[in-house]
Design a protein around this ligand. Structure first.
Ligand SMILES: Nc1ncnc2c1ncn2[C@@H]1O[C@H](COP(=O)(O)OP(=O)(O)OP(=O)(O)O)[C@@H](O)[C@H]1O
Ligand SMILES: [Mg+2]
Length: 434
């Protein structure tokens, strides 16, 4: 017979193993580091310019970062900081190498969501974050999932639970309750909401002293930060139910959105959310804060089936939120929630598999223009790089067959560029910053 103690013992064994894997992966200091990128990658895959044109331009201006020549002697290898400097300083055919960003707008927010487990959410979020950073954007990733796949793959494993989405939500409850109590005191007529009191177990956690930037952690990528998650944050789902009882008028679903609004508009370009495989308090916060919604789905029938129920339940959950109309202060949010774009993205797609192609057709037929044109292909390289807690972009192509690496990267590049195009169109429609 087995009890919680047996489960705890097995978990202990597993944690030791995880530590060992991290040590093997991130040695020597257990810190994840970012590799350099070769001149071939820089020209062809990152800046997407002619290799000899770039070489010529770099040669005529020795003040540009010149990278390092490694043992193979043929290529120069550049850090991402160097690449970003080249991007800022160089124009090719009078064209800027900076990625598009509309003027006067805050960072755009994209949620990768589906309650189907294993749909490829974390893989897509990680790869889009890295692809965007290589494209010259400054990225903030938010891990809404206590499984913490995204945090772990970005190299964050020791995370305090206060500095997760849970901390953001609890802090928001305290602040909002205070705001509502103050409004009630200030109201002249008797229509004001009753005064709410929160227990010291919540107010005494020191959350109100945390500043916006305390929740944001750097990663091994200089232009990718993350609001991480951790296993302890799993109780956010229980806690949030309790919090709602303490203050039923608290617009719990807007906590993260309110938090993100306090980040200066120009700190990041793209904010990307990895969601848990469930509709709950955390995923509703992600969806509510998102300007665009990306729904990844595997190419099987059951996955199509789950995706269908996901959008149904999401529709109901979003409709339910309308009850908050009139409770939240005018001008702070608009209900019902609207998205600037909504897409389905097939993942783990095998182009030579008839069934997968048929499913892609079916998705297109049903969801019409809402289906991304370029699915994410199933590749050994992604399977393999996932095992080493890295994206294909971080993996050095010399570690595997160049063709295997290229195929995986090409698939993510196509999907990313389509994502970027859609994002820029949506971004233009985003309200101007005040
Ligand atoms: N394009 C791909 N090629 C090969 N393997 C893939 C690909 N995409 C995802 N996988 C693998 O499928 C598994 C599930 O992917 P992932 O963790 O991204 O899904 P998820 O939707 O985030 O899961 P969860 O619902 O548990 O959060 C992982 O082992 C991942 O490495
Ligand atoms: Mg995941």
């Amino acid at each position: 017979m087995f009890t919680h103690e047996d489960l705890a013992r097995l978990q202990g064994q597993s944690l030791k193993m995880q530590g060992w894997i991290r040590q093997q992966t991130y040695s020597p200091d257990m810190e994840k580091t970012l590799r350099r990128f070769s001149s071939w990658e820089l020209a062809e895959l990152i800046l997407r310019v002619n290799q000899s044109t770039l070489r010529g331009r770099m040669a005529t201006d020795p003040s540009l970062p010149q990278g390092l020549v490694e043992e193979d002697g043929r290529q120069r290898w550049y850090t991402l900081e160097e690449i970003n400097e080249i991007r800022r300083r160089l124009k090719i055919n009078r064209k800027s190498l900076l990625p598009p960003r509309p003027q006067g707008k805050r960072a755009i927010r994209a949620a990768i969501a589906n309650f189907k487990g294993g749909a490829g959410k974390s893989t897509v979020a990680l790869h889009f974050a890295h692809a965007a950073a290589l494209d010259g954007y400054r990225v903030l990733a938010v891990d809404f999932d206590p499984q913490a796949t995204l945090s772990h793959s970005m190299g964050l494993s020791d995370v305090a639970e206060e500095v997760t989405v849970w901390g953001i939500m609890a802090r928001d409850l305290i602040r909002e309750t205070e705001r509502m109590n103050n409004a009630a005191r200030g109201a002249e007529s008797g229509v004001a909401l009753p005064e709410r009191k929160l227990p010291s177990s919540i107010t005494g956690m020191g959350l109100t002293e945390l500043r916006t930037k305390d929740f944001i952690k750097p990663t091994s990528w200089p232009t990718v930060d993350v609001i991480p998650s951790c296993a302890n944050a799993a109780f956010v789902e229980f806690a949030s139910a309790q919090y709602r009882n303490l203050n039923p008028e608290w617009s719990f679903f807007a906590a993260v959105s309110r938090y993100l609004d306090t980040i200066p508009a120009d700190d990041y370009d793209l904010v990307i959310f990895d969601c848990p495989p469930a509709i709950g308090y955390q995923s509703m916060n992600a969806v509510f804060a998102a300007d665009v919604l990306y729904v990844p789905s595997g190419p099987g029938y059951w996955e199509y089936d789950s995706t269908t129920s996901f959008i149904g339940q999401l529709a109901e959950a979003l409709a339910d939120l309308s009850q908050f109309q009139g409770i939240v202060p005018a001008g702070t949010m608009t209900l019902p929630k609207t998205f600037l774009d909504l897409r389905f993205l097939l993942t783990r797609f095998e182009p030579n598999n008839d069934l997968h192609r048929a499913m892609h057709q079916a998705f297109r037929k049903v969801f019409e223009g809402r289906v991304a044109e370029h699915p994410i292909e199933m590749t050994r390289a992604v399977e393999q790089s996932g095992r080493f807690l890295a994206s294909i972009y971080e993996t050095d192509y010399r570690e595997m067959t160049r063709e295997t690496w290229r195929r995986a990267r090409a698939s993510f590049d196509r999907a990313y560029l389509e994502f970027r195009d859609n994002l820029v169109t949506a971004w233009d429609k985003l309200e101007d910053e005040a």
